[in-house]
Design a protein. Structure first.
Lengths: 526, 47
């Protein structure tokens, strides 16, 4: 950087050719593309595991896999979907959009950006190769509670090391996003002039910085407990296994918001565009996001009501959890108010955003049910919990990612995707996601435990419905891939710079497709 | 490869921004370190 002068001329170079472009790139658009393709691949890897799980559960009895392998599948399915699909997809969207939305030419630390991505495949290679080790993959569930997780065979150090690697990747990515937003905004773009997607990502990045080291610390303590004779979580040595649960959920609950706050940001971009109105209550949205982030640090023990804690603790965590409904409600009502009397149209991104609004709210309400301590004693560890968090994560986070991809894909490629097939993808996905997960509320309330490969015949009907829904959901995602590839290869037509009639923001002032290097001149922000 | 430098109009703004960004990154890395190492001390003090 020191050698930069007004006369140097290397800012017109394009991408390197071949594999070198992708291995050594420091361009935010290239790295964003890598993240997005990686997350799509992981979505299918984790999805394939989900298909096997639902095939096993399609009827009572042991049908397809042995119970130990089933436990490995549910564990790795969760880890892959959380750390491999949802989080990298949001980081990919951030890489593409943060510089373009704030008027910066690139991320502030581009070399670190390259590293953040490329250690990710290494982490997942470590995790996925455990299926082929003696004893198989980790089988403790993604919460990796001791002492159960300490029974893992040769896979255990691989699990710990892969979590470390994924954590380092997330922390570096988060640091890059924070320093870029705080230091490279276009002149004139004050904090309260930033697009809401930028705000949500800024707050998410701070959450990542705060909690990923805690997870790293927890798994390191597991490692030393297993191999170096410590007793952090071993009662026989004076430790406490419940301590792990507290540490894990101190990470785990903010992690939930790490996976939903950027989704809120995307929805806050999409709804105003297709309502042809400005976002209602911009500042309230910012403060609500910050409030949710703050509350996410003081609710963790609601995952542990049945473990046992003093009545004061139960009440504290119950009420703080319920409090989250207030800023979340502010957001939901602001989105509805944005649409109120707007000139709405229903292109695919808007359809996904609307489905998000309805279905995420269902997930939020079942979360409120789970927050009620006496009720939680009934729901805990049942399929009701599985239904709840899948409603939050699939029609919540995943639908928002899909809305974002359809929304920005024309800007990235310069081509319009096939609206008919995109809408077909939406309707098949939206219907099948409900067929898959809504019945899980019923079997959960009736007493079906989670994380079991077999169940009594009374749960058979709704499990079959759920499995059939999941197969339709899985196959529907092939349409998503076909639409994306079709769009990259030319789409249905060329798009202009603004793409959508109602779009606002700096990213829409750039040509479509967005040039390899954007904002050679600082944009004007008034 | 790296090597992208912004155009002349943007150069000074970006150069100053990146200098600040490096300082920010060092500060954030220290926060990460405190959270990571601090946890061990915390746990060690408790048990």
């Amino acid at each position: 950087m020191e050698s930069t002068t007004a006369t140097h001329d290397d800012h017109y170079h394009g991408p390197a050719s071949g594999i070198r472009r992708w291995l050594f790139t420091t361009n935010h658009k290239d790295i964003g593309t890598l993240y997005l393709w990686f997350s799509l691949i992981m979505f299918f890897v984790g999805g394939a595991m989900a298909m096997v799980i639902r095939a096993e559960l399609i009827a009572p009895g042991m049908n397809l896999v042995d119970p130990m392998f089933y436990n490995q599948l549910i564990t790795v399915h969760a880890l892959v979907m959380i750390f491999g699909a949802v989080m990298p997809a949001f980081v990919g969207l951030a890489n593409w959009m943060v510089p373009m939305m704030i008027g910066a030419p690139d991320m502030a630390l581009p070399r670190m950006n390259n590293w953040s991505f490329w250690i990710l495949p290494i982490g997942f290679t470590l995790l996925l190769m455990t299926f082929f080790l003696p004893g198989g993959a980790p089988a403790s569930g993604w919460t990796i509670y001791p002492p159960l997780v300490l029974q893992t065979g040769d896979a255990f150090p691989f699990l710990v090391f892969s979590i470390h690697v994924l954590g380092i990747s997330s922390i570096m990515g988060a640091m890059n996003i924070i320093v870029t937003i705080m230091n490279l905004r276009a002149p004139g773009m004050g904090l309260l002039k930033m697009p809401i997607f930028i705000w949500t990502w800024l707050i998410t990045a701070y959450l990542l910085i705060a909690v990923m080291p805690v997870l790293a610390g927890a798994v390191t303590m597991l490692l030393t407990d297993k191999y170096f004779g410590t007793s952090f979580f071993d009662a026989a040595g004076g430790g406490d296994p419940v301590l792990f649960q507290h540490i894990f959920w101190f990470f785990g609950h903010p992690e939930v918001y790490i996976m939903i706050l950027p989704a809120f940001g995307i929805i806050s971009e999409v709804i105003p565009t297709f309502s042809r109105k400005r976002l209602f209550g911009y500042e309230a949205m910012v403060y609500a996001t910050a409030a949710i982030a703050f509350l996410s640090f003081i609710v963790w023990a609601h995952h542990m009501f049945t473990v046992g804690m003093p009545i004061g603790g139960l009440l504290f965590f119950m009420f703080t959890t319920m409090l989250i409904a207030v800023p979340t409600g502010v957001k939901i009502f602001n989105w509805v108010a944005t649409m109120w009397r707007g000139a709405m149209t229903f292109e695919t991104p808007m359809l996904f955003a609307l489905a998000f609004l309805f279905l995420f709210t269902i997930g939020g309400f079942s979360g409120l049910m789970l927050a009620i301590v006496p009720a939680d004693f009934q729901y805990h560890d049942s399929y009701f919990v599985v239904a709840h968090f899948h409603y939050v994560l699939v029609p919540g986070s995943v639908f928002a990612i899909m809305a974002g991809v359809y929304y920005w894909l024309p800007k990235w490629t310069g081509n319009m995707y096939n609206e008919f097939w995109a809408k077909t993808h939406f309707w098949l996905t939206a219907i099948s996601v409900n067929i898959t997960f809504f019945p899980q509320h019923f079997v959960g309330l009736a007493g079906m435990p989670r994380r079991i490969p077999d169940y009594p015949v009374q749960f058979a009907d709704w499990n079959m419905v759920s499995s059939l829904g999941s197969f339709v959901f899985g196959i529907s995602q092939l349409i998503f891939v076909a639409v994306i590839i079709g769009c990259i290869r030319g789409g249905t037509r060329k798009v202009d710079d603004r793409v959508w009639e109602g779009s606002h923001g700096l990213e829409w002032t750039l040509p479509s497709p967005a040039p390899y290097h954007s904002f050679d001149k600082p944009p004007e922000v008034r | 490869m790296s090597g992208y430098e912004p155009g002349p109009d943007q150069a000074e703004h970006v150069r100053q921004g990146r200098r600040r960004a490096v300082k920010w990154a060092i500060g954030l890395a220290l926060v990460v370190l405190v959270f990571y190492v601090g946890f061990f001390f915390l746990i060690d003090a408790r048990y």
